[in-house]
Each structure stands twice: as C-alpha cells, then as structure tokens.
Design a protein around this ligand. Structure first.
Ligand code: SF4
Length: 108
C-alpha cells in the first residue's frame, strides 16, 4: 500500500519488488549481499537514502543512533555489518541547526 499511489502511497513503486503476495520490499534488500536500490553513494565514505522523504515506514522506524538522544540497536547492528563503528552523540554536534533566537533577529 505504501507504494500504491492511488491509495496515498509515497514509496516509488518501481523501486520495490514483491516479497510475498501481501508485502513489498525495496529492490536489492533481499540479495545475498543486500543493498537497497535507493541507497546512493559509498558506504563508509558518503552515503544517503536517495528517497529519504519517500522512504517506507520500516525505514522510518529505525532512527540513527543518538540523532534523537537515544541509541538505536538496529542502526548499530547495520553499521557493524559494514565494518563501521556505532554512531555517538558527538556525531550529531552541529548537524541540526537551531532556529534563530529573538536576540539573533532583533534589530540593532
Ligand atoms: S532508508 Fe532509503 S536507502 Fe535505506 S533501506 Fe530505506 S529506502 Fe533504502
């Protein structure tokens, strides 16, 4: 349903394939060495989801470790599988911009 535009789905259907009669998966995720078709770049160097605003709910349910102040065991497991260390709180320093305060926007 998430890939069915007529039902309000947002995941690009052409990037999915059938897992069974009732479920879809992202292409590439069922391979012996899985790599989602939507993943862009080189893991460990610079990689990102190419459909981030349209990613499926299963992806939205796995937050990156510490982005929102908590570890994510599933994120850590995924990174470990690719030989990467788990993210730490320090990895997020300066990653989110804060809205300007009144003092910053007040006329001088
Ligand atoms: S977050 Fe994006 S690249 Fe990662 S598995 Fe989901 S759709 Fe694929």
């Amino acid at each position: 349903m998430e890939a069915e535009a007529s039902l309000g789905g947002h995941v690009p259907a052409e990037l999915t394939e059938k897992l069974d009669p009732h479920r879809l998966v992202m292409r590439g995720t069922q391979a012996y060495q899985p790599r989602c078709i939507a993943l862009k770049g080189t893991i460990g160097e610079a990689a990102h989801c190419g459909i981030y605003p349209q990613r499926p709910s299963v992806c939205r349910e796995v937050p990156p470790s510490w982005e929102f102040g908590e570890p994510s065991p599933q994120c850590d497991k995924g990174r470990t599988a690719h030989g990467l260390p788990p993210l730490t709180p320090d990895d997020w320093i300066g990653m989110h911009s804060e809205p300007a305060s009144e003092a910053d926007t007040a006329d001088a």
